[in-house]
Design a protein around this ligand. Structure first.
Ligand code: FPP
Length: 247
């Protein structure tokens, strides 16, 4: 039986987040340039988006470029940005045909002008789509996001919009890039690294973490479904005891 057939569609996570890791190592193993790894990674992005939409996932967040990635060699950053621009441009039609909305989180204003323009247009062109939200984390880091939230809260406090006593977890969440999204129930990281790497630190508080040794360019639909099946076999207790959650 395939992993897809083993999925209980009544117990799907609403939101799956993925750290797509291992492109560089994939390329190195083949004696190719790191950029070739990123290029092949686009096939895995397509497969994963299709896989998630096919079973009814509502939010899929992909960590495509971190704040720290700006420190990579200039040629690699440039190639990644070009790849983003061309991929977003060529995928808009497919996103619309499949009723998928494109969203982005991160310091989007720091992106090169052409990348930001392409992204804005694609988000606009897909804004009416309802089947699934595909969220790209671009120039994103969780610490950056939290500091931005704090700055905006302080500014609203100074303007007297609310008092410090009114700050709750729910209120704080309104200031995050993911405001209005459900929390990811499942976070997948490829390439055998067991780290969160400044990704959705607040939002992943209760997420199930799934690690696979597969390098991102080798990740296919069945690998995604395997992660979902693994998630469905876990017991989520949110700090309670087993008997309380199985009642
Ligand atoms: C991590 O592998 C991957 C990235 C930093 C980039 C991910 C980007 C893509 C797959 C391209 C396009 C994406 C979209 C959404 C259009 P790494 O370079 O850190 O690999 P390494 O750890 O083996 O060096």
């Amino acid at each position: 039986m395939s992993y897809k057939e083993r999925i209980d569609t009544g117990k799907l996570p609403q939101h799956v987040a993925i750290i797509m890791d291992g492109n560089g190592r994939w390329a190195k193993q083949r004696g190719e340039h790191r950029v070739a790894g990123h290029q092949h990674g686009v096939t895995s992005v397509r497969e994963t988006v299709e896989a998630a939409a096919e079973i009814g996932i509502q939010y899929l967040t992909l960590y495509a470029f971190s704040t720290e990635n700006w420190n990579r060699p200039k040629e690699e950053v440039f190639a990644l940005m070009q790849l983003l621009v061309s991929t977003i441009h060529s995928e808009v039609k497919t996103l619309n045909e499949n009723d998928i909305r494109l969203l982005a989180i991160g310091d989007l204003k720091s992106l090169p002008e052409d990348c930001w323009k392409e992204l804005k247009e694609a988000m606009q062109a897909t804004s009416g789509n309802k089947r699934m939200n595909l969220v790209l984390a671009l120039s994103y880091s969780s610490r950056w996001e939290i500091i931005e939230a704090v700055k905006n809260i302080v500014s609203d406090l100074e303007e007297g919009k609310f008092s410090s006593k009114e700050i709750t977890e729910q209120q704080f969440e309104h200031y995050l890039c993911t405001a209005g999204f459900p929390e990811p129930e499942l976070m997948i990281r490829t390439s055998g690294e067991h780290r969160i790497s400044n990704f959705l630190l607040w939002q992943l508080s209760y997420s199930e973490l799934y690690f696979t040794d597969k390098l991102w360019p080798d990740f296919r639909k069945e690998d995604f479904y395997e992660a979902i099946v693994d998630y469905q076999g876990r017991e989520r207790r949110f700090g309670k005891i087993s008997e309380q959650v199985s009642e």
